[in-house]
Design a protein around this ligand. Structure first.
Ligand code: HEM
Length: 580
């Protein structure tokens, strides 16, 4: 010891040599410490494990071109040729696990809630959404918010309040399309913004009813209605698209657009919490959330007045009613000014409009590109809603609500299947998946666009499955995987009742459990708004096919490239419509 001390005290060259030798050793140890730490027994990319940045450079190189993280993930699964693999996407953090096996995914999502809950990487990324229930673990705060919104997905509320609003919005959208068709004279035009705005308006009606007056589609109708053939540039070629001007939307609606962009960027940040704090100090961020607060406060105030006068119609009024009942039960004054009302409704509007409008765009594309499916759907609509067809009018909301349309349900289900984004969960205890150790805090991605969904499943040793998964084997755990699983084929979801090829409710039943599907997630944290989304897609797409023939668009305006955010939406959505 004395010798060692004297070595350092000594002014001799040894001291410098040792210091020089120690620095690289320490740096090497730090480098080793910071390298990705693969989970034993789970496949990974060996070259990524030797780099501090893990899989990030390769992922960025591809995703910056395609915009599709889920496609890159599915590629890794195929490369590693395993139903469970890991990727190193967040430097210096635990690997992310990709699970590509429907049965095990379903088992975890529906039965293993004590081991897996909402992912913290999502919750951290969604911090700007405040007290919205979608960011909580499944705890008392989550349950308290869910209690407040419990009336909003009931049949009474959906059929009585939301459905008629969707129907009116759909009719306004068809009117806008008709105006555009007249002006475009056979040329294609983009309907991306039109679907986004229609969905946004549906969510606003869901939350505030007619108390909200600045509608997004309304502005477009005003602008397009004011156009003449002279005021619009009509390209010479019938294949060139017409570019319609956009009506300005009010600041609150811009906030609804901008908030999910912040969420996406924060989710991808290295330090999401720091990122949120940093942005929250800046003017542009404050404006988005100030506009949101101003509009939400005004709407809650209208809701309170209506509720106190006994008028309970809109989403916000039902929430206030629940709060009043809860306060009475707990022997306290109701807290109508609570931030929860504003954040919860804002979260629902943001979560509901982007996803559902993207889904309607995909449906429009599939129906455009497959004229056989389109005309089959139209003839099913005509025969099922025969009174409206014979009278030469559009069906009413009540008519379509009661109509059994298994073929339309199957078209929607198939579109959703092909465009699902992975659902995620976080391990909240040390556990195992397919026999591999999963540490508390690990993020698990349930892949729905790779093997088992869009290509045949991987074989899995039954002994490696969890007990609950082994016991829950069902006939429909996978399709007949000899068919082309990547093809858009709605008939996969139909069960035939009669011989022949008919697809009315007399011929077929829709079976939503016919094969693997994870598009809305599963279990206690499954999509809260799926019933509303279905109603909106069904009503508006039926209206579209009833009112117009969807003609093919030129290849440069078509294609299935997607953009991923909180949902997968098409990069482009052009139509060439002919009024029927
Ligand atoms: C086609 C349209 C839609 C798709 C594909 C979709 C998809 C999803 C998915 C994948 C999740 C996560 C589920 C999980 O983690 O297990 C989710 C959650 C959620 N969705 Fe949707 N959604 C759609 C429409 C809507 C609509 C219209 C609303 C609102 C009315 C909505 C509200 C929510 C909420 C609040 C959550 C969070 C639930 C929770 O954390 O417990 N969604 N959605």
């Amino acid at each position: 010891m004395d010798r060692l001390t004297s070595l350092f005290e000594d002014d001799s060259p040894h001291r410098y040599l040792i210091a020089l030798a120690t620095v690289p050793i320490l740096l090497f140890a730090l480098y080793q410490y910071l390298l990705p730490k693969p989970i034993p027994g789970i496949a990974y990319n060996p070259s990524a494990a030797k780099s501090l940045l893990g899989d990030v450079p390769e992922m960025i190189a591809e995703v910056s071109q395609t915009g599709e993280f889920r496609v890159w993930c599915a590629k890794q699964v195929r490369k590693m040729n395993s139903p469970i693999c890991q990727i190193f996407i967040k430097p210096f953090c635990q690997p992310w696990v990709l699970l590509s096996d429907f049965r095990e995914s379903r088992d975890i999502l529906t039965r293993r809630h004590k081991e897996f809950d909402k992912s913290s990487f999502l919750s951290d990324g969604m911090a700007c959404m405040g007290a919205f229930h979608g960011i909580y673990m499944t705890d008392h705060k989550f349950r308290a918010n869910r209690q407040l919104i419990q009336d909003l997905m009931t049949s009474t509320f959906l059929n009585g309040h939301v459905g008629p609003a969707i129907y009116n919005k759909g009719s306004e959208l068809m009117m806008l399309f008709e105006m555009k068709v007249r002006l475009a004279r056979g040329r294609p035009f983009s309907v991306k913004k039109d679907f986004e705005y229609a969905s946004l308006d549906c969510m606003l009606e869901f939350a505030f009813g007619r108390n909200w007056v600045d509608t997004a589609v309304g502005e477009q109708v005003k602008v397009v209605g004011g156009l003449t053939e002279e005021s619009l540039v009509i390209p010479v070629s019938v294949d060139e698209p017409v570019d319609f001007p956009l009506g300005e939307i009010v600041d609150f609606l811009k906030s609804v657009y901008e908030a999910p962009e912040i969420v996406e960027k924060t989710i991808n940040a290295i330090m999401p919490k720091l990122q949120t704090w940093w942005w929250s100090q800046q003017g542009w961020y404050k404006k988005i959330f100030d506009d949101k607060e101003k509009a939400m406060k005004a709407q809650v105030a209208i809701g309170i007045k209506n509720f106190q006068q006994g008028k309970i119609e809109t989403g916000v009024e039902h929430m206030l009613m629940r709060e009043a009942a809860r306060a009475e039960k707990e022997g306290r004054e109701p807290d109508f000014e609570s931030q929860v009302f504003r954040d919860e409704l804002f979260g629902d509007i943001v979560g509901g409009h982007h996803t559902t409008s993207g889904a309607m765009m995909w449906l429009t594309k599939y129906l455009t590109d497959d004229p056989t499916i389109q005309s089959k759907l139209r003839s099913v609509l005509h025969s099922t809603l025969s009174a409206a067809h014979q009278e030469g009018r559009l069906f009413t909301f009540e008519e379509i609500r009661h109509a059994k349309l298994p073929y339309l349900d199957a078209i929607i289900e198939e579109m959703l299947r092909i465009n699902a984004v992975p659902v995620t969960r976080e391990a909240v205890v040390d556990t195992t998946v397919l026999g591999c150790p999963i540490k508390k805090g690990t993020q698990v991605f349930f892949m729905s666009n790779g093997p088992g969904f869009l290509s045949p499943s991987f074989p899995v040793d039954e002994a490696k499955r969890s007990d609950t998964s082994r016991l829950s084997k069902r006939a429909n755990d996978s399709w007949d995987e000899r068919q082309d699983l990547a093809r858009f084929d709605p008939e996969r979801w139909l069960v035939r009742k009669t011989d022949g090829t008919g697809v009315t409710a007399d011929d077929v039943d829709f079976d939503g459990a016919a094969g693997p599907q994870l598009v809305f997630g599963l279990g206690p944290r499954t999509c809260w708004g799926r019933r509303l989304a279905h109603m909106e897609m069904k009503v508006i797409i039926a209206m579209l096919v009833w009112t117009f023939q969807l003609e093919r668009t030129p290849p440069e305006l078509s294609g299935y490239g997607g953009l991923e955010g909180i949902a997968r939406v098409p990069k482009k959505c052009y139509v060439r419509l002919v009024k029927l």
